[in-house]
Design a protein around this ligand. Structure first.
Ligand code: FAD
Length: 499
């Protein structure tokens, strides 16, 4: 087992930098490792990225922080999944919910898989995912995905949070635990004779030496690309979106739903992320199909904002660097790669990267680690590409191009073929070994959720070979389970009371 480095220097104080600093400090400080984080207040952070997967819960659990400590400080809410709206114009499939998993799904999921296979092969059996999954019901009813103490099944969930406040929280936590924090603007990187990083040099001449470095400098990728020259692989050929325009809005009068909403628009989609004090909104689009002003106008119109309402424009670079760990440097966050935010996976990848890195440091070194991270990016990329490829709308050039785009990986071709030929999709996901990125439930929900089935007029009734499903029984079961869950507002109030 390799000894931990004596000193780690992290460049970047965005969410990725502070998550990494806290994780490395947690694991290595007892061995005497010092962790220093350098950031430039003048440069600042990107300030978006307000939705998570359940991995963020795993992160806070790992660094020993309770929800009552961080959630109220970050205006955070619970997230049971993502609702996709307007991605399909097939009747009955105008929206669907991509749920985070629960143990209750073990009872309903087999029925759902059976239903989708029967419908794919021409039987008139209801196969919309929302009826089968508890998380979808919890969000729709304005509940929180928090299991009451007497509920015997576990439920996984993510969060929404304010990107600036979570950074501030993690900074305060980390510095309180012994992480050194320095405000400096790094101007150059000094390499030693073997090509390793020796020091980061600030614009005022300060020199920061370390044994190991983390590049969390955002899209600038100052160290990993700038100094070490690791190549960036773009995903632009099959993920078109490269811009975002964002604007917050106040809450309306209804309950705060425990989900992100992703609404398809003329050249991309708009996110809707409810925090306790505001809603975060952003239009993710492709500059090949719409210009910045028209995108801003479409966002304002969607939100009911006046034509001169202030918005913020962002550029995105989808892709990943060739090697996340090169020489004595690990890249995390936007410096490492970025997949457009449709499934809110960026912070999920930060945690997966740091965990895999710590394991690799102790065991097998950088090569297997880099392969593992590259496969994760590509696995998630394929799932995102599948959203666009199998969406059922063709009303603009953007959607016509997205739905006939043929630059698909072999893995994704295999999955799509399995679905449309009536084969067992679960088996195909397992055969390919990709369930660690998205499992069979997620693939089924997406493909069924957009209504990728034969036309209704062509469906035959179920028969003795393929029996119908008792949907009333499924409904009773799912709604009976959902009734146990508190309202989202009550759950958030209880956090504020420190319960
Ligand atoms: C439109 C959009 C929507 C997104 N939505 C989601 C989402 O819903 N969920 C999700 O998980 N992720 C999302 N992301 C990604 C998310 O924003 C980032 O993964 C997350 O904020 C972490 O960013 P970061 O820390 O890597 O970079 P940044 O926040 O950009 O931080 C970079 C840091 O490096 C410092 N720095 C850079 N250069 C220097 C230098 N030379 N000297 C000193 N300091 C320097 C900066 O000061 C800053 O502190 C989204 C991204 C975009 C663009």
């Amino acid at each position: 087992m390799a000894a931990p480095p004596r000193s780690v220097v992290i460049l970047g104080g965005g969410t990725a930098g502070w998550m990494t600093a806290n994780l490395l400090h947690r694991r290595w400080s007892e061995h005497g490792t010092t962790v220093t984080l350098i950031e430039s207040k003048d440069i600042g952070i990107i300030g978006v990225g307000e939705g998570s997967t359940p991995q963020l819960k795993a992160f806070f659990d790992e660094i020993g922080v309770a929800e009552t400590e961080w959630m109220p400080r970050c205006n955070a809410t619970y997230k049971a999944g993502i609702e996709f709206e307007g991605w399909s114009d097939r009747p009955g499939f105008e929206r669907y919910f991509h749920p985070f998993g629960t143990e209750v799904d073990l009872f309903t999921q087999p029925k759902f898989f059976f239903a989708t296979q029967a419908r794919r092969t021409g039987r008139d059996i209801p196969a919309h995912p929302d009826s089968f999954f508890l998380a979808a019901r919890i969000a729709r009813e304005g509940r929180a995905p928090i299991s009451p103490p007497n509920f015997p099944f576990s439920v996984s969930y993510g969060y929404h949070f304010d990107a600036h406040l979570i950074g501030a929280f993690l900074r305060e936590l980390g510095t309180g635990r012994g992480i050194q924090h320095i405000d400096a603007r790094i101007e150059s990187v000094e390499l030693d004779d073997s090509g390793n990083i020796a020091a980061l040099i600030a614009d005022d001449g300060r020199r920061f030496e370390g044994d190991f470095f983390v590049d969390a400098s955002g899209f600038r990728a100052t160290v990993i690309e700038g100094a070490l020259g690791v190549a960036h692989r773009s995903f632009a050929e099959n993920l078109f979106n490269d811009r975002a325009v964002v604007a917050p809005t106040p809450h309306g009068t209804g309950p705060i739903q425990a989900c992100t909403r992703a609404t398809a628009k003329s050249a991309g989609w708009i996110w809707h992320i409810p925090l306790t004090n505001r809603i975060g909104n952003g239009y993710v689009y492709s500059s090949r199909y719409i210009d910045d002003e028209d995108a801003a106008a479409e966002l304002r119109e969607h939100l009911g904002l006046p034509a001169d309402a202030e918005v913020r424009h962002l550029r995105m670079r989808c892709g990943r660097i060739d090697r996340s760990w090169a020489k004595n440097c690990l890249a995390v966050g936007l410096a490492q790669g970025f997949l457009e935010p449709l499934e809110a996976t960026a912070l999920h990848i930060v945690l997966a990267t740091v965990r895999a890195f710590l394991e690799a440091w102790e065991k097998d070194g950088s090569e297997p680690f880099n392969d593992k991270i590259a496969r994760r990016y590509e696995g998630i990329r394929d799932y995102l590409v599948c959203h666009y490829r199998t969406a059922q709308r063709r009303d603009t050039e953007y959607w016509r191009d997205a739905t006939r785009m043929d630059r698909l990986s072999e893995s994704l071709k295999g999955l799509i073929t399995a679905w449309f030929t009536g084969a067992d999709l679960r088996q195909e996901v397992m055969r390919q070994g990709i369930a660690g990125y998205y499992g069979p439930m997620s693939w089924h929900c997406m493909l069924a959720g957009y209504g990728n089935f034969p036309d209704e007029a062509m469906l035959k009734p179920p028969g003795p070979d393929i029996p119908p499903i008792d949907m009333a029984q499924v409904e009773r079961f799912v709604s009976g389970c959902a009734m146990n869950f508190p309202s989202h507002c009550d759950a958030l109030d209880r956090l504020g009371e420190g319960a």
